[in-house]
Design a protein around this ligand. Structure first.
Ligand code: MG
Length: 299
């Protein structure tokens, strides 16, 4: 299979990234980050999460962030909506696209959201109905697709029914997440090969973590499987919550650098993306998690 000509990067830094950073950041800094990302040419930005700030204090103020960002036409500004209450809050904030989150691992589902995989999918039914009524698009996530911090290896056969269910209930796209970053390129190819028997490849996305240094190799393996949408996080925001000090989300700058080298079009300006990442890293008081950004700015 030849490589896709175009790839869409789903920028998850402001949500998946900042949510997993120890340090909470101000609404103004979040707004600046999202505006920087829009200016860099990202066409999809996951801006925040409508979840109780009691559980996820880093995501407090998501409605305010939505109200203050500059919304470019043609750019999707999405939010995570873990339950109907969250969906209603997102709707009230004018959000046009939400994401829901399931796991491929039973143990992870129990420990992370306190219910079985099938119960978690049932909880999405009213969200899907409300979304249809209000013309809101829903993107589905499946976590732990290649490994689980509690169960170890996860087989593609465990992932396929969860992805199929999300797609069948109306998610227009299902993103498969290697939450602990243990996946390797062979397992990644097999994953998409197996899951694409249930969900069309055009409706699948890859979400890779670099905890074991495999993320870019896994993105490339996915490209070979005809996958053309990838989640990534500017400056590699969001460490790995299951391995202290380890890297989590693959850095958007690094994915973009590789895609540019492959001659694949994304519409994103690498220099502006690097600048956006350096700015938020400075706010967090740490070095960028992007190797490309560090290489370009090493003195
Ligand atoms: Mg992630």
């Amino acid at each position: 299979m030849s490589l896709p000509e175009k790839v869409r990067l789903v920028e998850v830094g402001p949500r998946d990234g900042l949510q997993n950073e120890a340090q909470p950041i101000s609404v103004a800094d979040k707004v600046r980050l999202v505006d920087d990302l829009s200016a860099a040419g990202l066409s999809y930005i996951e801006v925040g999460s409508f979840v109780s700030p009691k559980w996820v204090p880093q995501m407090a103020g998501s409605a305010e962030v939505f109200a203050k960002i500059q919304q470019y036409s043609g750019v999707t500004y999405a939010a995570l909506a873990p339950n109907l209450r969250g969906f209603e809050d997102a709707l009230a904030a004018g959000v046009k696209e939400v994401a829901v989150f399931a796991a491929a691992s039973e143990a992870f589902s129990q420990r992370n959201i306190n219910c079985s995989i099938s119960d978690s999918l049932q909880r999405f039914v009213p969200i899907m109905e409300a979304a249809r009524q209000h013309g809101v698009r829903v993107r589905g996530y499946v976590s732990c697709v290649l490994g689980c911090p509690y169960e170890g290896m996860i087989n593609a056969e465990q992932v396929a029914p969860v992805a199929r269910e999300l797609y069948a209930m109306g998610c227009y796209e299902v993103s498969l997440g290697d939450t602990i970053g243990t996946g390797t390129p062979g397992a990644t190819r097999r994953l998409f090969d197996v899951v694409s028997a249930q969900v069309p490849r055009e409706q699948l996305a890859g979400h890779f973590h670099d905890t074991y240094g495999q993320a870019l190799a896994n993105v490339y393996a996915s490209l070979l499987e005809g996958i053309s949408v990838f989640d990534s996080s500017v400056a590699g925001l969001g460490g790995c919550p299951y391995a202290k000090g380890a890297s989590g989300n693959v850095a958007s700058e690094d994915v973009l650098y590789m895609l540019q080298g492959l001659g694949i079009d994304t519409g994103i300006d690498l220099e502006r993306l690097i600048a956006a990442g350096l700015r938020i890293s400075e706010v967090l008081g740490r070095a960028s998690g992007s190797r490309v950004a560090r290489a370009r700015h090493a003195q």
